[in-house]
Design a protein around this ligand. Sequence first.
Ligand code: THU
Length: 524
Amino acid sequence: MDNKRVFLIVLDSMGIGELPDACRWNDEGSNTLGAIRNHPAFDCPNLKQMGLFNIEGVGGGVPSPSGSYARLVEKSLGKDTTIGHWEIAGLVSERPLPTYPEGFPEEVISEFESRTGRKTLCNRPYSGTDVIRDYGKEHLETGALIVYTSADSVFQIAAHEDLVPVPELYRYCEIAREILQGKHGVGRVIARPFTGEWPFTRTANRHDYSLLPPGETMLDRLSSNGFDMISVGKIEDIFAERGVTEGHRITGNRDGMEKTIAIADRDFNGLCFVNLVDFDMKYGHRNDVEGYARAMTEFDSQLGELLPKLRENDLLMITADHGCDPSTPSTDHSREHVPFLVFGKRARRGVDMKTRPSFADISATVLAYFGLPQGETSGNSMLDEFLIPDDGKLMRMAEDARKMSYCPYSGFSVGAALLTEDGEVFTGCNIESATFTPTVCAERTALFKAVSEGKRSFSKIAISGGKAGEEGQFCAPCGVCRQMLSEFCGPEFQVLLGTGSDFKSYPLGELLPHFFQKDQLNQG
Ligand code: THU
């Protein structure tokens, strides 16, 4: 089966240390992982083995991590969930979503009042339970709507269900959503219905109206090209459902991972995009270091259940959308780097992809894995750095290497691409000499490059050759190269011969049976 599946898990707020511009956000010194990693309740062997601590700037890595890893910079000017996820999905924001610490401006309120036919109350940041206690009576007496905000980019409308039926409140939210675009494009408009007698209680009819992403995202590209785009948790809200082909609501981190594990038992072809919000909502904002550490430990153990379910063509990616250091006085998000870990049978182990300039590199990588052009999405793919090439790709790398051939005497150019056991590729071309005999074949160039870099174990070589300037043809390795390959490679080692589109694989044992064995040197 050719299905490809990517599991992309966002540990909401799991930053790994301040960004260079953190001081402009009053977040100097913030390091969410740093704040929890030494707590006794923190025990994350799976993340550790995958390379979480091998990431640049993190410290305390393991000697041979099972995954590849990078540290990502947030390019967008923001540090909230929406902007962080949009960037992960390839959409970079030039400015943060607007917040209204002084309340919404007159232009917004007057248009809202005239289009709803109702006056408004409050219009400033307020706690959701306090606001109905303090303004609920006046609301019932005058029919004016309670409009309030928070430290987040939200426009919230509270109304009593007996006075304003829920569908009517939802209609007011839709009006607000239409008004709040562009400069006043708040992240969410939220319906906050309440009921009963003073001090009133909120009902379960809360409803969020997210801002549509103002450009194309990885989700749009995947779904419009026929791939599955499965949302777990609040992903579907963050993208206002656009580009989502299937959504799963969750009650918390544990439930989110259980649903993800269940999805891993199914067939699909595309992305399963997961957000685990407890880290942020329950522990980061509440400055609960121990709770955060425990939640990570729980995630890590569930990760241990997910790993064995990964199939041949699956990639698991783990990242975050911003920081929220629970050890600093601030209860707000922090402007931090985020981790990127990638793991799977087709992913190399231990590739350090260093610090990269945007979360959007994740989107570019996912799209590249599914063979889709990036369209309007941003980012630079990391795929070539960590993906173990398949046979076709290895053959194309041999063809590319062939372009470097130095063959003025024979006019016969050859390229080779040698795959090491750990997934790295060394390429080579033939290099000729005016005295002819010192000529080195493409295969040996590749092999010598690899051996001189310390490599000793290999799994495959692709060879492409032919008259220079013409299409490749079937070009079998010479006897010297066969003998030289036998020095390092066993009889199962695969030799791919042909062109990028048409090739065959031969075991080395078939191409050179009864080769000269090194232990013969010690005989007699
Ligand atoms: N050559 C290779 O590089 N690899 C092979 O498998 C066969 C031959 C080169 C050596 C020389 O430069 C040219 O092809 C013609 O023999």
